[in-house]
Design a protein around this ligand. Structure first.
Ligand code: NCD
Length: 306
């Protein structure tokens, strides 16, 4: 049985296969509409979510399956002190597959070790978010047609932004990929990522703190919100929250074929005026999340039709 805990749980070949399935779903949705009939997905979310939880649920419903679950720790027995290990043992009796989001780094990994059904990490603290990465990869493939020969800017909260960590992990495996990390000093990428991923792979990257200076170089700009819930101190959040605001003036410096991605939710970091720029693809990106999660659920349940 396979669990999905971080982005590196997939080889590049497995990513290609999931993307191919997702693209087939986009073209022939009817072919997949009953593939998961009789199967149940549990969404166990101990942290807020709109896109991830609902896109998982929408994905399972589109496959003809059903969904059950909870959307906050307070509405589950976690509020009575039940451990993740015990909860997943129960969920294993009620469902065939589980997507879990948790504020504690490593919680889905612990759950997987006690589970008799596949567990998918739907975001663990400031650590990883592998299914957002699959969503981002499907978006990049559809818009740019490749994962190689790209200069990718990551902007905002690169310290706590789990979507950034997982996407970097996945992208370093492709050829001629360059990163420009744009953040205030306090929100730079974690040291383990610098040493164990970027330096270890010899990936070209630089760290800067002015977005305008690097806009003309970028093929993709991945914007992120400052992760308020991970700050120890409200004053630091208030000081840093509006460090970068992408607006039309900054967009005028970008290449014609550069795309803006954002895992969403957006707070202030992208001005609403940018939404009508054809290069702003974050709402389209959210839609791709359903197709790739459909592909993933089928793959983990081993029900992909020929
Ligand atoms: C992200 C997350 O939860 O990490 N959202 C998402 O899943 N699309 C990004 C965020 O919350 O800022």
């Amino acid at each position: 049985m396979k669990h999905v805990i971080n982005a590196l749980d997939f080889t590049v070949e497995e990513i290609d296969e999931l993307i191919a399935i997702a693209e087939d779903i986009m073209m022939y949705p009817d072919k997949y509409s009953e593939v998961c009939k009789g199967k149940k997905l549990a969404t166990c979310f101990y942290e807020p979510s709109t896109r991830t939880r609902l896109s998982f649920e929408s994905a399972m419903l589109s496959l003809g399956g059903s969904v059950l679950g909870f959307s906050s720790g307070e509405s589950s027995s976690a509020a009575k002190g039940e451990s993740v290990a015990d909860t997943i043992r129960m969920i294993s009796c009620y469902a065939d597959i589980c997507a879990m989001r948790h504020p504690k780094e490593g919680a889905p990994f612990v759950a997987a070790s006690y589970s008799s059904i596949p567990v998918i990490n739907a975001g663990d603290g400031g650590h990883n978010h592998p299914t957002q990465t699959l969503t981002d990869l499907l978006t990049i493939k559809n818009l740019k047609g490749r994962f190689s020969h790209l200069t990718v800017g990551f902007c905002g909260d690169l310290k706590f932004g789990r979507t950034v960590h997982s996407l970097i992990d996945a992208l370093v495996r492709y050829n001629d990929i360059k990163f420009i990390m744009i953040s205030p000093k306090e929100l730079e990428i974690p040291d383990y990522l610098r040493k164990e991923v970027l330096d270890a792979r010899g990936t070209e990257y630089r760290e800067v703190n002015i977005l305008e200076d690097v806009m003309p170089e970028l093929d993709l700009l991945y914007m992120t919100r400052v992760q308020q819930e991970r700050f120890f101190n409200e004053e630091d959040y208030i000081r840093l929250k509006d460090s970068f605001i992408l607006d039309n003036k900054k967009m005028s410096l970008a290449k014609e074929d550069m795309f803006i991605l954002h895992p969403l939710p957006r707070v202030n970091e992208i001005a609403v005026e940018v939404d009508s720029d054809p290069r702003a693809v974050y709402f389209k990106q959210a839609k791709y999340g359903v197709y790739i999660r459909m592909a993933l659920i089928m793959k983990l349940l081993e029900v992909v039709p020929c």
